[in-house]
Design a protein around this ligand. Structure first.
Ligand code: PMP
Length: 399
């Protein structure tokens, strides 16, 4: 029975399941961007980390996290809705909201739970939810929860504004319309057509829920995300979701928006009501990251965008296939064939470079790719090394 169940479960998951050498190798030690393993295998240069501005392990973040442990302990001892919220949580919520020019914010144990909770809490029976076809899996799961509560779910073509408008026009005028989009799409690394989406939401009276997981604090001249990047101001009703686990080198997620909506989410968002609050050290580290970015953000974002440009220049010169529109730290090497993507990543790993193969169900069948992340902390030598290894791996695995 166990074997049958295990086989059935594995068939629904990532290829290789629990044996996957690439996914489940535990890192014994991080030395900067080098991952060192216990088994004596080749250390890996991490070309797959969401630490876009290089804050992981920063002394200020570490010191504040340790102070928080001394003051409050290690655990998220209770749900935020009960007694789990310390003053530090509230200060961070206020700070995140202010960062985005929103009235208030609510913290979740993870970005996944923020996205899982938002559609379910914001859209009920008879309401309409519109989701881009390439949105992150956490949004997809959240939309299914909204649908289970009687909301109409409409998936529109990726960045296809004509399709979004067409589907918005079908919704009755009196129902809540919730449009959900990634700001930076997590598999393709392309940016949302923000001006058009904002305009469509305003015209049809829809609320835009924007997932800024890969853009919060990393994108835009002031690190305020995708509106900042495009030098736009919201003209529609806007809620922002982002995670603390990427640029802020911590863990957790949040939703920011109008005060009354955030207040109502404290009673309705199931990922908040039914899950333990973030531990205080995670809260303190994220807050310290924001403090640090007030003074160092511009420099670090400049380093990040310089490294993205350098990677693109070197990778294109080496014949590595990348999408035409790459402007974020999410850089997909387009391969197509799933087996080849796995082999290419394995080849890179054996030669000391860690890139992640994205295959179904992470992306569509036949659209396999290597996920490369460039950060502010990579050196030019790191990038040269990664490009050389990826190019060699593509050559070695060519059909
Ligand atoms: N949204 C997007 C676009 C993501 O890429 C991710 C994580 N990769 C999440 C949400 C979930 O965030 P977390 O890891 O904090 O749960």
């Amino acid at each position: 029975m166990e074997e049958t169940l295990a086989r059935q479960v594995a068939a629904r998951g990532l290829p290789g399941g629990s044996d996957a050498v690439l996914y489940h190798r535990a890192i014994a030690r991080l030395e900067g961007l080098m991952a060192v393993y216990d088994d004596g295998s080749t250390p890996q240069l991490l070309m797959t980390t969401y630490d876009y501005l290089g804050l992981q392990g920063h002394p200020l973040l570490n010191a504040r996290a340790k102070e928080a442990i001394d003051a409050f302990g290690t655990g998220g001892h209770c749900t935020g809705a009960a007694a789990g919220m310390f003053v530090a949580h509230r200060r961070l919520e206020e700070r995140l909201a202010a960062w985005l020019g929103q009235e208030d914010a609510i913290l979740f144990p993870s970005g996944y739970q923020a996205n899982l909770s938002a559609p379910q809490a914001l859209a009920g029976a008879g309401d309409w939810v519109f989701s881009d076809s390439l949105n992150h899996a956490s949004i997809v799961d959240g939309c299914h929860l909204a649908r289970a509560r009687g909301a109409q779910l409409r998936v529109f073509g990726h960045n296809d504004i004509a399709d979004l408008r067409r589907q918005l026009a079908l919704a009755p005028s009196e129902v809540t319309k919730l449009v959900i989009c990634d700001a930076v799409f997590s598999a393709d690394g392309d940016l949302l057509r923000l001006a058009d989406v904002d305009d469509a939401c305003r015209r049809y009276g829809a609320v835009l829920l924007l997932d800024e997981a890969h853009s919060f604090a990393a994108l835009g001249p002031h690190g305020r995300g995708i509106y900042d990047h495009f030098a736009l101001r919201p003209t529609c009703a806007l809620l922002t979701m982002a995670t603390l686990s990427k640029t802020l080198a911590s863990v957790g997620g949040f939703l920011a928006g109008p005060g009354a909506v955030i207040a109502s989410l404290r009673g309705a968002a199931r990922g908040y009501v039914f899950s333990a609050a973030l531990p205080a050290p995670a809260v303190a580290a994220a807050h310290a990251a924001l403090d640090l970015l007030e003074t160092e953000g511009e420099q670090r974002r400049g380093d990040l965008s310089g490294n993205i440009s350098y990677f693109l220049h070197r990778a294109r010169a080496a014949g590595i296939p990348l999408p035409a529109d790459c402007r974020s730290g999410v850089l997909p090497v387009l391969i197509g064939d799933e087996r080849r993507a796995l082999e290419t990543a394995d080849h890179c790993r054996r030669h000391g470079v860690m890139v992640v193969p994205f295959v179904w169900p992470v992306c569509a069948r036949g659209a396999a790719r290597l996920r490369v992340n460039v950060t502010a902390r990579h050196t030019r030598l790191d990038i040269d090394t990664a490009v050389a290894r990826i190019a060699a791996a593509l050559e070695a695995t060519a059909p």
